[in-house]
Design a protein around this ligand. Structure first.
Ligand SMILES: NC(=O)c1ccc[n+]([C@@H]2O[C@H](COP(=O)([O-])OP(=O)(O)OC[C@H]3O[C@@H](n4cnc5c(N)ncnc54)[C@H](OP(=O)(O)O)[C@@H]3O)[C@@H](O)[C@H]2O)c1
Length: 307
């Protein structure tokens, strides 16, 4: 498992992370097996959010099932998020502080390693975020901070006021949902792909050493579910995935993960599977090191143009 440090911090993290958004109805034994498989593969970082399962429910499932000892807890990186409410977003100081207290209780831990602001709040007041983050850091409840789904401008706005370093930006990215990469490749063309939707967020993150965490790495991005195995819609992509997977002796899941880990931005892939065998399969993409031509072949097969 390849590791690097998160953003500008010294926190060592794997380039594959296990997200625990879909575990609400899993048994304790299933959650334990899922997480121990991840740990066996070197996946030591786990992604949560207060909203997963609603009202800290998935965090509570993990907290109950895993019951980390103090020694085990120090070996893992627990990340969670706050700021999404029902039909509105809330980056007020009070909500951030309350949400963290809820996450600590649900996860049965004394500290969160990384706290992300989940989705941009149109009514954000950076001074409130700054104060909340300072208090959480001073109390030891949260060790590191970041954001999710933020544009360059939104990150810059926060950074102008928030003293705690914002280490990561968790963004939706998969082979078939690749705007943040594809729009730059088609720059200056009269083509739909040239439309700038992401405000150059990937280059901005690279320039500022902000770790990009790719969420939904296997989802089509248009609500039609995973692209792997969906031959009706993604026949060419599945052909290329299958051929490269056979050549490397891995699964298509590994190749799709490797398409992200191969990118020089040092991105993390946030898996959402609830099946141990898929965790194992994806982990093989951590260090696969696709060739440049292979990377672009996958990019074209996913439907992007190379002008
Ligand atoms: N920041 C944000 O706004 C945001 C939003 C969404 C998610 N996230 C984070 O990102 C994580 C991953 O998101 P995600 O769950 O959407 O990611 P994902 O890994 O792309 O999708 C997982 C889902 O796809 C299925 N799946 C995975 N591989 C498959 C395959 N090869 N064939 C068929 N089905 C497959 C899984 O089913 P099985 O369980 O049966 O394998 C599961 O239902 C979440 O857990 C969460 O931590 C963040």
């Amino acid at each position: 498992m390849r590791t690097f440090t998160l953003g500008t911090s010294g926190l060592v993290v794997p380039n594959i992370v296990l997200g625990l958004m879909r575990i609400k109805d899993k048994s304790d034994a299933q959650i334990r097996e899922l997480v121990s498989t991840a740990l066996d593969e070197g996946i030591t970082m786990f992604d949560h959010a207060d909203i997963y399962g609603t009202d800290h429910a998935c965090e509570a499932r993990a907290g109950r099932a895993l019951g980390w000892s103090a020694a085990e807890r120090e070996q893992v990186v627990l990340q969670t998020k706050c700021g999404i409410r029902f039909g509105w977003f809330d980056f007020s100081e009070k909500h951030i502080l309350d949400s963290v207290d809820g996450s600590l209780a649900a996860l049965r831990t004394d500290y969160i390693d990384v706290l992300l602001l989940h989705r941009p709040d149109a009514l954000v007041e950076p001074e409130e975020v700054a104060s909340a983050f300072d208090r959480l850091s001073a109390s030891g409840k949260v060790r590191h901070f970041g954001v999710s789904n933020h544009t360059r401008g939104q990150l810059e706005l926060l950074r102008a006021t928030v003293d705690q370093p914002l280490l990561a930006n968790q963004l939706q990215l998969s082979l078939t949902h690749g705007h943040m990469i594809a729009e730059g490749v088609a720059q200056n063309m009269q083509h739909e792909q040239s439309v700038v939707r992401t405000d150059g967020v990937l280059d901005y993150c690279r320039l500022t050493s902000t770790t990009v965490q790719a969420w939904s790495p296997y989802q089509s991005g248009d609500g039609s579910g995973p692209f792997i195995g969906n031959r009706e819609r993604y026949a060419e992509l599945n052909d290329v995935l299958d051929r490269l997977a056979a050549g490397y002796g891995v699964s298509p899941d590994a190749v799709a993960a490797a398409w992200i880990t191969r990118h020089p931005a040092n991105m993390q892939v946030v898996l959402g599977t609830t099946r141990p065998e898929r965790v194992r399969a994806a982990a093989a993409g951590s260090e696969l090191g696709l060739g440049r031509e292979e990377w672009y072949e996958l990019f074209r097969a996913a439907g992007h143009i190379v002008p």
